[in-house]
Design a binder for this molecule. Structure first.
Ligand code: CTP
Length: 395
């Protein structure tokens, strides 16, 4: 539950995407937040307040003159104590009113009278979004400190395709969660590797390992939440790419290394989370190896150590390594850190972390060992990000 204890006001304006706001309400509540919905009159033509009332468990407000608010100041009361106002979908008309400080209905008045952050998820036809007036308004809103989420590119309700589609509810929730994270890595460029590698033997077989990629993906997300631009070079995993992370697929250690080398020059931080196979078959047979009754001998050769190579670059980024050990974590991890010449290494015991949602890790750096309490991988990833930021600052 990433939004526990947060109070969110969700504004819904008139647009086809209003139907997605119903799912958004469920997802925000599932993350532990309490939610107050306020709608414009236009929004009620798309979805009724009853839907939002049932989903949020609270009366929905549509009118600034609503007599249910004791002092008749709904526009003030509804946002007091809120941690953020989120407007999704935000129509072109709403953005225009907001940019000009107009306050003719409940939602615009709420936005003007707020004392908390405002995030908007625009949703409109692509020509409306591309129109200079809307672009001017969006630029003004950004200058005013309003967070603009999306819009996405894609198919639109009108049958056209382009910019203007509202982000999906899960992406909006990811942005909302990210909004509350400290921006430890603002402006930094992070490159990560994650997941296992697959070293082909023949067209249908190969050598791989049990890495799920979860820790690497959690770190990619945590870096993005902390304000970094993130590129994730990923081995074969079954995980969705975190919102706003650029993912590049790499199968083998050699292709992973090639992708890392292609991107590393533009990186401030390199985090090697991938469980790269130490060895690969020397020869990949073109045709499938047939069963002949004589077991084949597969000669292995060593793979390059991507992390060590990056750490040895003349203009090396700040390098972070991972060590998965089955015993003697402290000794092995510290030895690995010194051997690879990296400032920070995250060590864990495989039986405590592999594949699961939770993990227990210890950070090793020049200041010593820092064990982190067992926690979900995303939580650990955020703590690792905070440590990276601290070490970067004190460099
Ligand atoms: N790593 C890498 N390239 C490799 C092997 C490892 O980039 N070819 C990175 C991993 O992503 C991880 C760190 O190096 O961040 C530690 O990997 P590990 O395989 O545990 O280190 P080794 O030195 O190979 O030690 P071990 O004997 O435990 O395999």
């Amino acid at each position: 539950m990433e939004l526990s204890g947060k109070r969110i006001v969700l504004g819904v304006t008139g647009g086809i995407a209003a139907y997605k706001a119903a799912d958004l309400v469920r997802q925000i509540i599932r993350q532990g937040a309490s939610l107050q919905v306020a709608m414009t009159e236009a929004a009620t033509h798309f979805v009724t307040p009853v839907t939002f009332q049932a989903l949020s468990g609270r009366p929905v407000y549509t009118d600034q003159w609503d007599a249910r608010v004791a002092n008749n100041m709904a526009h003030i009361d509804l946002s007091r104590g809120a941690d953020a106002i989120l407007v999704a979908p935000a129509s072109a008309d709403f953005l225009a009113k907001l940019a000009h400080g107009m306050a003719g209905d409940l939602l615009t008045t709420l936005a003007l009278a707020r004392n908390c952050p405002l995030l908007v998820a625009p949703a409109m036809n692509r020509q409306m979004w591309d129109h200079p007036a809307t672009q001017r308004n969006a630029a003004q809103l950004r200058r005013d400190g309003v967070g603009i989420l999306g819009p996405a590119v894609g198919e639109q309700a009108c049958g056209e395709s382009g910019h203007g589609r509202m982000l999906e509810p899960d992406e909006i929730v990811a942005e909302l969660i990210a909004h509350f994270q400290p921006k430890h890595l603002a402006g930094k460029r992070v490159l990560l590797t994650a997941g296992p590698t697959f070293e082909a033997i023949d067209p249908v077989r190969g050598i791989t390992n049990l890495s799920s990629g979860r820790m690497g993906y959690a770190l990619a997300r945590a870096c993005r939440e902390a304000g970094a631009t993130v590129t994730l070079i990923s081995g074969p995993v079954h995980l969705p790419c975190p919102h706003q992370v650029v993912r590049i697929d790499a199968g083998s250690a050699l292709s992973m290394r090639a992708e890392v080398m292609r991107h590393v020059e533009h990186s401030d931080i390199f985090i090697a989370v991938a469980a790269v196979a130490d060895y690969r078959p020397e020869v990949v047979t073109e045709q499938k190896i047939k069963k002949t009754g004589v077991p084949p001998t597969i000669k292995l050769v060593e793979n390059p150590d991507i992390l060590a190579e990056v750490a040895a670059l003349p203009k090396a980024p700040f390098c972070v390594g991972f060590a998965a050990e089955s015993e003697h974590l402290g000794e092995h991890a510290e030895a690995k850190r010194l051997r690879k010449k990296i400032p920070l290494l995250v060590g864990n015991l495989v039986h405590e972390s592999l594949g699961g949602e939770d993990a227990a890790v210890t950070l090793f750096d020049d200041a010593g060992r820092h064990p982190l309490a067992p926690a979900p991988k995303l939580e650990l990833a955020r703590q690792i990000v905070a440590r990276i930021a601290h070490l970067l600052e004190s460099r």
